[in-house]
Design a protein around this ligand. Sequence first.
Ligand SMILES: Nc1ncnc2c1ncn2[C@@H]1O[C@H](COP(=O)(O)OP(=O)(O)OP(=O)(O)O)[C@@H](O)[C@H]1O
Ligand SMILES: [Zn+2]
Length: 668
Amino acid sequence: MASTAKTNGSSYAAAEGSNGTSHTIQSHPRHAYAKAILGKELFGKIASSRILVVGAGGIGCELLKNLVLVGFGHVEVIDLDTIDLSNLNRQFLFQKVHIGKPKSLVAAGTALQFNPLIDIKPHHSNVKDTSQFGWEYFEQFDVVCNALDNLDARRWVNKMCIMTGVPLVESGTTGFLGQVQPIARGTSECYDCVTKPTPKTYPVCTIRSTPSTPIHCIVWAKTYLFPQLFGAEEESEDAELDKALQDGENADEVANLRREAREMRALRDSIFQTINTAEQEEDDLSKRVFNKVFKADVERLLSMEDMWRKRTKPVPLDFDAASQQVINGDAASQNGNGAAAPPSLRDQRVLSLQETVGLFDQSLNRLAKRARDLDSLKKESLSFDKDDIDAMDFVTATANLRSRIYHIAPQSRFQVKEMAGNIIPAIASTNAIIAGAQVLQTLHALRRKWSDARFVSLNRTNASRLISSTPLEKPNAGCGVCQDDYVRAKVDIDRTTLADVKEAVLQSREEGGLGFEVEGMELYEGARLLADEDFDDNLPRTLASLGITLGMMITCADENGIKANVNIYMSARSSGDAEKVDFGDVNKLPVLRAKPTLKRPHPDSDDSDDVVEEVQAPEGSSSAPKRKREDEEASAEQKKVHANGDSNKRAKVTPHTGAREEEAIELD
Ligand SMILES: Nc1ncnc2c1ncn2[C@@H]1O[C@H](COP(=O)(O)OP(=O)(O)OP(=O)(O)O)[C@@H](O)[C@H]1O
Ligand SMILES: [Zn+2]
């Protein structure tokens, strides 16, 4: 390997062929076949192209390997994660010695060994970090390839690509299924044009009071008990219980759950108290938590007799009894079929009750210590992660204890991990096929040959046709991402005021403005209203004082729904610049569009609080639906961002960051 740059962001590059002679990608004999197959012109494009790969996991490793072997000259790869043992069965750029190291750096280093002629630059970071990966960063690429595993990051990259006009080749696999979707702004559907399936949810009372399957107990352990004991303080469940009441769930049960939650908060507080080791030994935290959660709470539920008329009653457990006694001959370790299992398959056998209590005791104390340490260092609190051994031990133990109480078959740690992590086994060959198809689509994207580009799907469960491909669909006129317009403005967030922005937006193109000529203009940051015709309190304030930083966007919406939304991306302006808001060469700004007549929720919106309304627009127009200003009169005050800096930003809705936590069974 000719270069061994090791720091984040530095290039791994080599200009020397493996035989020591100087070669370029174009001239090196190793690329003779690729050149012959692809043709001189396309191969030349490939060699000089700049490709961004987001994600260096299952698909990402395959993709990087393919890209460097084909001869893509400049590749950057972003991944926020480090290598885990469980990645090694399919992420072939990694070996055991790499465990714990950043995926991006190792992937880049290994890929370079396959082709030392290319230039490959790794970033061990989150792609959502706009200070590194903003508009200017994205626009330097010819094509972006996604190899991600979550909706949130996929939607983020989609938006960055739509904003900057850089083609995106999206990909995903789940078990034997996979797909590749080329995305070209204005020509094809974007990732957000089609609403993605929402994750499976369970009624609160099933999870909290009347579980009947292992998954109910696992969801309870992972999403309720774990965050209640170790999570961030604000993770309050009041809102969830309010919603359960609204959804018509049993009022007595909900009141009971509220009482339990108060007690749980007291327990949680005691975990976070700083205590010395001697006190810790005295304090029987495990027993206190156990007897509240598995005894007192269950006894209280039992007292609600109506609940158990048609259900088998749960049987409370007692810490001392469960940890010391062999209940019903339960001490024997068993695998799922009841036969003794070899000790090496620890994860695959169902633990006895005694063992489960032991696992509960150890994992609880380990997590309590970690939670306390994080708290004292003012660091982020614990959150469930299937690859965190303590968290998985805790969820396995508590889910199985609950299962025993409710006469549900306990599960092995392996099975719990599968369910808790929403894991559909990742299959190396599926990733390989999809990464191959992704490179082919990248070639079309590179040439901007959208008529040749295809949406590719792989379905290995259907034997008649494994791979099918269809021409790209047209953009959805109701999409709230690709039907908006995007412009970049250079501002000084500490000096530029909201009034400056408003003025520049309204100003004509001849005067250097955006020319967003509308009668009633609304300015938003995400779903937060910053100003409209009746509300101008924020106009004199600087962008910084309104909480707007570089990399964020201000959305200009037309109150009358004639024009499509325009999102203004905040970019840094040098201090010497005269303009307060500089749109650059206004002749290069997009022609602002009109709105569509469609009724469709903004994909970023939370159904409960971000509403859309039907808007009439001139024929042939297309744009995103307008965000409705709730009840204009009644909530006008609430919507305003007050001078003291408080904002009423509606919870969970941050359309321009795409930052909405979702839990779903997602594509790999
Ligand atoms: N916001 C993000 N920024 C950068 N990289 C991301 C982001 N979100 C996800 N990734 C990366 O995308 C990759 C997806 O790969 P993959 O689906 O194989 O997941 P994995 O974490 O390696 O495997 P598994 O989830 O099965 O353990 C991961 O390496 C992950 O770190
Ligand atoms: Zn779209």
